[in-house]
Design a protein around this ligand. Structure first.
Ligand SMILES: Cc1ncc(COP(=O)(O)O)c(C=O)c1O
Length: 380
């Protein structure tokens, strides 16, 4: 039953390709989580009657092929899944991105890849250049590494200010982090902006591009994988948590040039991805239809949300992702509480954008419930 997966992996790739990450303590309450969790234990989706529009998960979940694989692979739980973990999944990802060589490190979510990058490229007296606001786990890990985070405010239209980020680079810069599309604003760095930035940035500085939400981006967007192919000093971080709908499985990966991959590998934690997760990701890769469908349905619901917000005269930031920032015109904390009372979880507060609420796009039924609460809370 598993032989299809096992046979698929190219034997030439069955070299040691250690995987990353610990994934431990993910149930602990941490500030990265929504303020809603302060009300008690995190509710379980599907069992709590809450609508979960807070963590940018896909309401369409995993591909049926991934679900079947998870069930089929349960019996492998007693093994270290040697084949798939040590070469198979990394090999499949290499092929998926049309690379040829040792270009992939896998990890327990994109989060572990970001931590690994901070561990490797930062340290005391070194600087991380980032946008503000952006996905802040990378900043937390930099602080843990005793590095300094240099935060560059977004432009007036809430996009990365790449010119100012390039200006902020100094001999102490260990790493520049670009979140594209950006969490929490959903905005993108365009192909031309990225080209200009990469032409300016010294080759000695490592650029980490987080493409967790790349599947949702529209025109003007281009993946930074092309710079990996050019052998630039860049790491592209990706995940199965968003469009693939496998957030709970904890699978992410980095694409980079062979030299950087070799440097990253000793920082990985072997066997960090579970057997079930590795097999699920492998199966998910084969179902492009599921991704296309999920992305299309999310785009439809995003349009419906825009229409509702326009009607109610609410400002929002047009998004290239599966979440939208809405200006609620007052500090968002109380608004989050109001939605919580109506059993709707929305995104947490972002201190530099105090009046904005980040809303994950749900399915039609979830969005209907959101609209009912929205009209009630804002009396529109
Ligand atoms: C920009 C960004 N990067 C990484 C992650 C973490 O992804 P993963 O579940 O793969 O660790 C998230 C999760 O929300 C995110 O928004």
């Amino acid at each position: 039953m598993y032989s299809t997966v096992l046979m698929k992996s190219n034997p030439s790739r069955r070299r040691f390709m250690g995987s990353v990450g610990a994934g431990a303590a993910t149930l602990a309450l941490r500030p990265l989580y929504s303020r809603n969790y302060l009300f008690g234990a995190p509710p379980l989706p599907g069992t709590d009657n809450f609508v979960h529009l807070n963590l940018n998960e896909s309401p369409y979940g995993p591909s049926p092929k991934a679900l079947k694989m998870i069930r089929d692979a349960v019996s492998l739980s007693g093994r270290y899944y040697y084949d798939l973990a040590f070469g198979g999944l990394a090999g499949e990802l290499t092929d998926h991105h049309e690379l040829d060589g040792d270009f992939v490190v896998t990890g327990a979510g994109c989060t572990e890849i970001l931590k690994l990058c901070d561990d490797l490229f930062l340290g005391p007296k070194l600087q991380l250049v980032v946008a503000e606001p952006t996905y802040d786990a990378v900043i937390q890990y930099a602080v843990n590494s005793k590095a300094e985070a240099v935060k560059v405010p977004l432009t007036k239209d809430y996009r990365h200010d790449l010119a100012k980020m390039a200006d902020a680079v100094t001999p102490q810069t260990g790493m520049v982090y670009i979140c594209n599309p950006n969490n929490p604003t959903g905005t993108i760095v365009t192909k031309d902006e990225m080209d200009r930035f990469m032409n300016r940035i010294p080759e000695s500085v490592t650029v980490v591009v987080d493409e967790a939400y790349s599947h949702f981006a529209g025109s003007g967007y281009e993946s930074a994988v092309k710079y990996v192919k050019q052998g630039r000093n860049i790491v592209v971080a990706k995940t199965f948590s968003k469009a693939y709908g496998l957030a709970g499985m904890r699978v992410g990966y980095a694409l980079s040039n062979e030299d950087l991959i070799a440097k990253m590998r000793p920082f990985t934690v072997d066997y960090a991805i579970s057997a079930l997760s590795a097999y699920a990701a492998s199966a998910a890769l084969t179902d492009s239809q599921h991704i296309e469908r999920s992305v299309r349905l999310i785009a439809e619901q995003r349009q419906a949300l825009y229409a509702e917000l326009k009607k109610a005269k609410f400002e929002y930031i047009p998004s290239d992702s599966n979440f939208v920032m809405i200006n609620v015109g007052r500090p968002v904390g109380d608004v989050i509480d109001e939605f919580y009372k109506r059993k709707i979880l929305v995104g947490r507060e972002f201190p530099s954008m105090p009046n904005f609420m980040r809303l994950t796009i749900g399915n039609a039924d979830e969005m209907k419930k959101f609209f009912v609460a929205f009209r009630e809370i804002f009396k529109v």
